[in-house]
Design a protein around this ligand. Structure first.
Ligand SMILES: *Cc1c(COP(=O)(O)O)cnc(C)c1O
Length: 387
């Protein structure tokens, strides 16, 4: 049986060309970029080239990009780094109720350390407005952190508007753009972004490497101290093969972004339409228009999302309910609850996330399998049969 991968919000397949770019830095060019000899200089050149490649996709200058051990670390570094740096000025942070746990749990940890956090509520589509941010600002607000696009429902936030509000009030603006980078256009300058998190494995790069963009002139406390790597902002010998892979993945994904996103959007719409037309009592979650090209998130009434995942898995289809970080727990997704979905509907939610490696025939097969699986599960469901 051919397997079908539709869990690209959790992680993506490594591109063949990315692996090819990485291999020499695992085998031959293994020097430490801090060393002054030829081995070290070659590694340093590769890291610098990758920094240019990754910075270009968000219109940053290379010296504004700092490599990290992934998106989670970039989020922690941005939020804790600003909190520590500006604690003398204030201890109030504004974020949203639908952030990734890398942001939410960081904010909750800061609350235990005496900071105050406002979690802005979202509308039925998972969006906030710039006005909500403006109204929540206080004299002691030191940071606003709003995700670029949601990892569960794919909703894209009005980032440029939020950026303008923050800039006008002289408050630092961080965005977790892990789901957006290399999928939709981003311009940190035009959108007034001060800090931005990205992660390579969400755009066909390797796992365990990411970056934090820090606008020139913004100062923050480092999360990790030790050596002078990453201009003293992130100590530790660089993950050279990973960084090279991130650079290559960024360049390849960004250069093909327009074509690929159109392709993925067409697949997404075919999948959404198929599900909504063939299966009764299904609702699309997330924004109908302001939405990531590859995200389909549906609530299938009278069904447990976990049961659905197992049925799909038996048929070789990889999907997710809510976020991968919460699978294993049966709590409904905090994102869907924040959007106002009742518990029982949130429980029956299914996320299918596509990439340009998916095909129309895969989409059609998923619709067919899903329709049959829903029929079988509903036939066993006392609630469905009593409705
Ligand atoms: C995947 C993801 C992260 C975490 O990135 P890692 O590189 O896996 O640590 C953070 N935020 C969002 C929105 C994500 O989708």
């Amino acid at each position: 049986m051919n397997r079908i991968y539709m869990d690209n919000a959790a992680t993506t397949a490594l591109r063949r060309e990315v692996l090819d770019a990485m291999l020499p830095y695992m085998l031959d060019t293994y020097g430490n970029p801090s060393s002054i000899h030829a081995y070290g200089r070659d590694a340093k050149l590769a890291v610098d080239a990758a920094r240019r490649q990754a910075a270009a996709v968000i219109n940053a200058s290379p010296d504004e990009l700092y490599f990290t051990g992934g998106g989670t670390e970039a989020d922690n570094m941005a939020i804790k780094g600003m909190a520590a740096r500006l604690s003398g000025r204030g201890k109030h942070i504004i974020t949203t109720a639908v952030e990734h746990h890398a942001v939410l749990h960081t904010c909750q940890q800061l609350e235990r350390r005496g900071y105050e956090v406002t979690y802005l509520p979202v509308d039925e589509f998972g969006r906030i407005t710039a006005k909500q941010v403006e109204d929540a600002l206080r004299p002691d607000t030191i940071l606003v952190s709003v995700m670029y696009a949601n990892n569960e429902v794919g909703t894209v936030m009005p980032i440029a508007d939020i950026g303008s509000v923050c800039r006008a009030h002289n408050v630092i603006f961080h965005t977790d753009a892990v789901q957006a980078v290399c999928h939709i256009p981003i311009d940190v300058k035009a959108e007034c972004i001060d800090l931005l998190s990205m992660s390579a494995h969400k755009f066909h790069g390797p796992k365990g490497v990411g970056a934090l963009y820090i606008r020139k002139g913004v100062a923050l406390e480092p999360l990790l101290v030790g050596g002078a790597q990453e201009r003293r902002r992130r100590a530790g010998t660089e993950n050279v093969p990973g960084i090279v892979g991130m650079g290559a993945a960024a360049e390849l994904a960004h250069s093909g972004m327009e074509r690929d996103s159109e392709l993925v959007r067409a697949l997404r719409d075919r999948l959404t339409r198929g599900i909504l037309e063939r299966i009764p009592h299904v609702k699309l979650n997330g924004h109908p228009v302001e939405r990531l090209p590859g995200n389909v998130n549906v609530s299938i009434q009278y069904i447990e999302g976990e049961a659905m995942l197992l049925m799909l898995d038996i048929n070789g289809i990889a999907a997710s309910s809510g976020s991968a970080c919460t699978s294993g727990s049966l709590d409904p997704s905090h994102v869907l609850l924040a959007m106002g979905l009742p518990h029982e509907i949130a429980h029956g939610s299914l996320r299918l996330t596509l990439s340009e490696y998916n095909t129309e025939s895969e989409v059609d097969r998923v619709i067919e399998v899903l329709e049959k699986a829903v029929d079988r599960l509903r036939a066993m469901s006392p609630i469905y049969n009593n409705q």
